[in-house]
Design a binder for this molecule. Structure first.
Ligand code: ZN
Length: 536
């Protein structure tokens, strides 16, 4: 069956605690949602704030091919005649083909929040819906707190949606506004509404009980044909139903049509795009579209998915534009390590002994506390060393660093490094802003004559993590250093019970990798490593 999709990322989604979109962001997201094939895009509440008003004023900049832009608001205030109600006038002025309005369903809210009689509330609903229809709008009626209202007084709850239906609302959308309705109860109520009313029944759920997506799907199975939600599950408190998951389930599990299979293949990239504009990382474990949604780590799982991905994947990741990933880990068997190497034709370049050695080395390092999933630079170095054994470029003879500070003055760090390279022993001394900086400058100075090209790389991030904190000061630390050469970035890792030594290891790996890349150009290795560590 065709199920219509209603996205409220730009309205309900922005009520999430960490979400703030500029008007420009909202316009770009609306365009993206249209490209994705969403039917309705709720842009905001023009009567509630200037930003949303500006969004609708600039909506003419949008080139929507498919979606209907929707403005959101409430039924008129009890004291205002509908044609004098500023909120309703703002909805008309927004110039959208569709308006969604919410009205009160729950008798408690009518009496307490609005302070009017139950019959008066029915008049507000009917008059507002009719007024908007008379002004050429398609009306989606959001029955606020429908399920709580139904639970408290089912007769009255049904009368409120009846008022909207009789006034001509195109969609009767039942809202689980507080997000607290159990799935079985919600499905029964939707089925009852379905029996009593013709036309389109919609569902709008919140995730306070962690069942918003399940509730949406259950509502569809009970007869709803219009689903509301937010991309990535953004929204007030615990969020709205995640529309990306709702769409995926309807299309791939329940045999319905929403955006269609072609558009579905761009779902992952749309979710990532929106998360970037929201300045929130897309959750790795987000179903369907997260980086880890099809990532395999356990050795048994990996060897099975390599034979048949259906063994540990509920759908083919490509259907939603995601990808299978195999993680490097001490939990893994040799299947993991060979997986991408094979994919990129590298496996054949390592003989049986070299493969086993590489796997052993990785297992040992992870046991010691290295984290290669997050340090693709170090992993790439390991692969390159396995492919080109004996290529060391230099050996470290010694290094030392001292930091001196006086009571009021700044601290000074001085390092001395001695390395043995092909053309002899090089030694240098340098000052730095801190001990690591001093070592970094020294090592580059030592190697700069022999390898003048290596100066192109910058350090962009430096992170320290204490590994086994129960051992107090004797704990090991893991240092992750991010590097960039303006075109791309990568991370190297060092582990030690001494933070300087851990940093030094990560530094030496980074320099060796640079030299490897300069002398052994092999882009297939970089591609394989990138896929290993980062997937898409
Ligand atoms: Zn809501």
């Amino acid at each position: 069956m065709r199920i219509s999709t209603f996205d409220t990322t730009l309205r309900d989604g922005t009520q999430g605690e960490s979400i703030a979109f500029s008007v420009d962001d909202k316009l770009v997201i609306a365009q993206k949602l249209d490209d994705l094939g969403i039917d309705y895009i709720e842009g905001g509440w023009p009567g509630s704030n200037p930003k949303d008003k500006e969004f609708f004023a600039r909506a003419g900049e949008l080139q929507l091919q498919h979606a209907k832009l929707t403005a959101f608001g409430s039924t008129r205030f009890a004291k205002n005649p509908v044609h004098e109600d500023r909120n309703v006038q703002a909805l008309v002025a927004a110039g959208t083909p569709v308006v969604s309005i919410f009205g009160k369903t729950w008798d408690l809210h009518v009496k307490r929040a609005l302070g009017i009689s139950l019959d008066e509330n029915l008049v507000l609903i009917a008059e507002t819906v009719k007024y908007l229809i008379d002004h050429g709008k398609e009306v989606v009626y959001d029955a606020e707190h429908f399920f709580d209202g139904y639970h408290a007084n089912s007769d009255y709850a049904l009368r409120t949606v009846e008022a909207a239906a009789n006034a001509g609302a195109g969609v009767l959308c039942l809202c689980d506004t507080n997000g607290g309705t159990p799935t079985s109860r919600l499905a029964e109520i939707v089925a009852e509404v379905r029996r009593r009313f013709e036309g389109t029944i919609g569902i709008h759920t919140h995730n306070d009980s962690d069942v918003a997506v399940a509730n949406t799907l259950a509502a569809v199975e009970a007869g709803a044909t219009h689903v509301q939600g937010c991309m990535n599950g953004y929204g007030e408190r615990c969020g709205n139903a995640n529309l990306a998951s709702v769409i995926s389930n309807l299309e791939l599990k329940l045999g319905h049509t929403t955006i269609g299979s072609d558009k579905l293949a761009s779902l992952t990239s749309v979710c990532r795009f929106i998360s970037e504009l929201a300045n929130l990382p897309l959750r790795n474990d987000q179903p369907f579209v997260g980086r880890s949604a099809f990532a395999h780590k356990g050795g048994v799982h990996v060897s099975a998915v390599l034979k048949d991905s259906a063994t540990y994947e509920h759908i083919k990741p490509e259907l939603v534009g995601n990808r299978q990933r195999v993680l490097v880990s001490d939990l893994s068997g040799r299947g993991n390590i060979m997986y991408k190497l094979k994919q990129h034709g590298l496996a054949d370049r390592l003989d049986e002994g070299a493969r086993a050695e590489l796997l052993e080395r990785i297992k040992q390092m992870e046991y010691e506390g290295y984290e290669l999933e997050a340090a693709e630079g170090t992993f790439e170095l390991l692969v390159r060393e396995a492919l080109h054994p004996g290529t060391q470029f230099f050996d470290v003879e010694s290094y030392e660093v001292a930091t001196r500070a006086t009571a009021n003055g700044p601290s000074h760090s001085t390092a001395t490094v001695t390395v043995k390279a092909n053309d002899g022993v090089h030694s240098s001394t340098a000052n730095g802003h801190g001990p690591f900086h001093a070592l970094h400058v020294c090592l580059r100075k030592c190697l700069s004559k022999l390898y003048p090209q290596i100066a192109d790389v910058r350090l962009t991030d430096y992170k320290v993590r204490v590994l086994d904190s129960y051992q107090g000061t004797a704990a090991k630390v893991r240092v992750l250093i991010e590097w960039s050469d303006h075109k791309r970035s990568w991370t190297t890792v060092g582990v030690s019970d001494n933070v300087i030594e851990a940093s030094w290891k990560a530094l030496v790996d980074a320099i060796r990798l640079e030299l490897m890349r300069l002398t052994e150009k092999d882009t297939s290795i970089e591609k394989a490593v990138e896929d290993y560590c980062w997937g898409v």
